[in-house]
Design a protein. Sequence first.
Length: 503
Amino acid sequence: MSLPHQTARAANPVIPGFHPDPSICRVGEDYYLACSSFEYFPGVPLFHSRDLVHWTQIGNALDRPSQLSLPADTPSSAGIYAPTLRHHDGRFWLIVTDVHEGGGNLVVTATDPAGPWSDPVRLPGVPGIDPDLAWDEDGTCWCTVAGVAQVRIDPSTGETYGPPHQVWSGTPGAKAPEAPHLYRIGDYWYLLIAEGGTERGHGVSIARGRTPSGPFEPCPANPVLTHRSTDRPVQNTGHADLVQAPDGSWWMVLLGVRPRGGTPGWHVLGRETFLAPVTWEDGWPVVGEPTLDLPALPWPLVPGPAAEQRDDFDLGELRPYWISLRDRPAEHCTTKERPGWLTLRARGGSLDEPDVIFTGRRQQHPSCRALTLVDPAEGRGGLAVRLDERHHYAIEASGTEVRVIARAGDLRTVVATRPAAAGPLVLAVTVTDPPLPHEPRTGPDVVSLGVEEPDGTFTALAGLDGRYLSTEVAGGFTGRVLGMYAAAGTVHFDWFDYAPLPG
């Protein structure tokens, strides 16, 4: 069964759910986009579109241990930060930061963005995060990083030429100048950055110069985009990248969040990818509003294939939207042991442990439901809504009992239990709007965990306030992931079903 087909209208976010730090490039009529992945494996999801609105995930750039090895002690919200995706000289180039100790900046390449991507070339001479790649007319490659510092590199070998040097500091008084992207547009080199921090003060600013290394003149209208101090439904707007369409029009992809509930507002889906139109006045970009309903685009929309609602685990490998924590060893996560089932073999003892065996998909809708048919006869495990090790809700089954577990910071409790009937059973999670009346303390949503009875009815064992699985409570850079885990022994899952709900 498929999810409702993507509508032929332009709506934001164009890639919903935890898909932050978008970087985009165009090759002919095709657009490609990459996002951050942090502590999850595989790393750096890659998307394809023909219209900038409808995006289909085609793979992950870092999908093998030789490319990405995140130790068990990699903290949540560490790992893989802020890629830049570019096409140059017939190849796709992706530069990204691996934040855990011993990681650093690295480059991978591919002729097909769906993969395979090369093993990484390390860049020990490039410090910092948020690296960018740009080539000038004579083929020199410039790497610019958060700060905003720049160094010449050979991306094929990782060699650097001289030390990094500061090229711009952003707006005086604005914190965190980061996410630089350098472009040659017309007579100028433009340096686009994010600043103000990735929270409510986030914004996009730009400067220009006659050479790729400056000096750079700031735009007098900076920030060219920000939603700080507004009541717009999209907040934290920043970390942007520019692309020109075949018709000559310009567009910006950027991250933003959709806070819900009372004060201060809680976002639970993470930082999502939005689209905004761009025009040019006096040699400077003017960015249109990244509204939830975009104006009509100047070309026909091209919806991609409808997303699958149910995964029956009938392929030899997991589909590209499935992500695991830090690694995915075949001896602990496989679809080959019991054909048509996902088999998870426990390593960590609970979702509190960084090495727990967990495989999930990003929550992409404010209201949704997820179901899975689990056979726990050989172990104990279940269905979870995860933000990090210290913030998650789960419904867990063994051969004799079903229980709901809630973890919020230092507090962990078993909220509810009931006996389990023999054999496989359907575990369920629904995320819905909070009940009326709403007031300033109302949370963003209610997470209900329970079982689906043989007649198809849902029996909730607990309904929990969703604010404790939000970035405003937990901190960090990620969003909710819904998925399956094993806490003891071996647990088999026949299928996983995800769908949006009205709300």
